[in-house]
Design a protein around this ligand. Structure first.
Ligand code: HAM
Length: 420
């Protein structure tokens, strides 16, 4: 038993799981690049106030899930529970709006929420997120969603469900809110403690409550879609049309309000039936007032974040074609052969050929077993005889063939083979 273990809900990611993560990250970078996004690196730590202001005082995240502590000077800091607030803070701080009318940014990294750990839910989890800041057209909403689906397609994922909703804007939401408070107040006594406490300040949260009992009690709640203003309504129609144009199937879910308060208009969530109770693999939406709230000029924006742990659960190991096995295994017998292998491996590795050899003086039989189990494409056997003659057998581990080569010319021999 090790003296130390990792903190509950904060996990190591080991190979081969980390290979999958690398593959996911590579695919994301490729796809996002095609859509004109650039990477932004944002800090893990921010002033707590940034999150309380952006995400909302009476959200689960701010009320009970943030890792918050004073630094040595007493300033309250939090480990980021999500990336959008930081991206927007950075956008405003560096006046990105001055150099370009549209900033398309993506990020990778760990987020922290003190939630009850379970399958697909941890306290440190990784997100891949993207934000398009500076444009309000509904075509961008559909484009952002389509980028996400292109990414999922590239990973070979299917059976994903896209849920969309519009949660209105500053003009139409207050009217809906009043009607909703009215509806809830007559049932409030039957709702869970959280809903009873929140419904006056944040009635939309009640629609999002995970308790079956609350859902049942509010099943006839008025729909936000009936209260949208002209602008929100026509934008939502356009988003749906654009999605149809791209052949992206969706389901309109008028109870989906999302757990963060910065959203306006389009909100979406992508779920999978294969994930169990934590079924949201990605989520996002429009946040047209956040830049202003963080101190920038009025700037519409939209984005999403994917949960990497959940995405990885959906990907079988054989679905990934990230080759980890060596191109060549050199088996050696005797000190001179080992020294030759040591030098050859260095030469080949500097030319991006993956080479392994034995450091532990194992028997030739054990080395060949290792070559086999490593999945190496080729094996070279070097013994005293080979060192003297300058010639050695290069064995094709996938086929059955082998060929005698001059081992000093191994680099060019391998290059020819790796190209084919
Ligand atoms: P979110 O819905 O809170 O949105 O998180 C996005 C995704 O992160 C979820 O769909 C899920 O896959 C993953 N996730 C969240 N919490 C956990 C957890 N405890 N363990 C494992 N995975 C988790 C946001 O964070 C927004 N910032 C998304 C966004 C970007 N909206 C606009 N731009």
């Amino acid at each position: 038993m090790s003296k130390y273990s990792s903190i509950r809900g904060i996990n190591d990611v080991l190979p081969p799981e980390s290979d999958k993560w690398q593959y996911i990250e590579l695919k994301a970078r490729k796809v996002f690049d095609c859509y004109g996004y650039s990477e932004i690196k944002i800090p893990v730590l921010e002033k707590t106030e940034l999150f309380t202001r952006s995400i909302g005082e009476d959200t689960d995240i701010v009320e009970k899930e943030m890792y918050t502590f004073p630094d040595r000077k007493g300033e309250l800091l939090s480990l980021r529970p999500e990336g959008t607030a930081s991206v927007v803070r950075s956008y405003v701080q560096h006046k990105m709006y001055a150099s370009s009318s549209l900033s398309k940014l993506y990020y990778f990294g760990p987020m922290f929420r003190y939630e009850r750990p379970q399958k697909g839910r941890s306290r440190q989890f990784y997100q891949i997120g993207a934000e398009a800041i500076g444009t309000s057209g509904p075509a961008v909403d559909a484009e952002v969603i389509s980028m996400l689906f292109t990414f999922f397609d590239q990973l070979g994922l299917d059976s994903l469900n896209l849920n969309i909703n519009s949660i209105g804007c500053r003009d139409c939401r207050p009217g809906y809110r009043a009607v909703l408070v009215d509806f809830i107040s007559s049932r409030a006594a039957d709702l869970c403690e959280n809903c009873q406490r929140r419904y006056n300040d944040n009635p939309l949260r009640v629609l999002d409550c995970k308790s079956d009992h609350c859902r049942e009690k509010t099943s006839g709640a008025p729909s936000i879609l009936d209260y949208l203003c002209g602008g929100c309504s026509s934008d939502f129609d356009s988003v749906r049309k654009f999605l149809e144009t791209l052949g992206i199937a969706f389901n309109v879910n008028d109870r989906m309000v999302r757990g963060l308060d910065y959203y306006t208009k389009t909100a979406f969530e992508i779920t999978s039936n294969k994930l169990g109770s934590q079924d949201a693999v990605a989520a996002g939406g429009r946040y047209d007032h956040l830049v202003e709230e963080v101190g920038g000029p009025p700037t519409p924006a939209i984005g999403f974040a994917v949960g990497v742990e959940r995405l990885s659960l959906l990907l079988a190991e054989d679905d990934i074609s990230l080759k980890k096995s060596p191109d060549l295994y050199i088996a050696t017998l005797g000190e001179d052969a080992f020294n030759a292998a040591f030098r050859l491996a260095h030469e080949l590795r500097t030319h991006e050929i993956k080479v392994e050899y034995d450091h532990e003086g194992k028997s030739l039989k054990a080395q060949m077993r290792r070559a086999d189990s490593s999945g190496a494409s080729y094996a070279l056997i070097l013994g005293e005889e080979e060192i003297k003659s300058g010639r050695a057998m290069l064995k094709d581990m996938c086929g059955s063939g082998q060929e005698e080569i001059a081992w000093e010319g191994l680099l060019s021999e391998m290059r020819v083979r790796m190209k084919g």
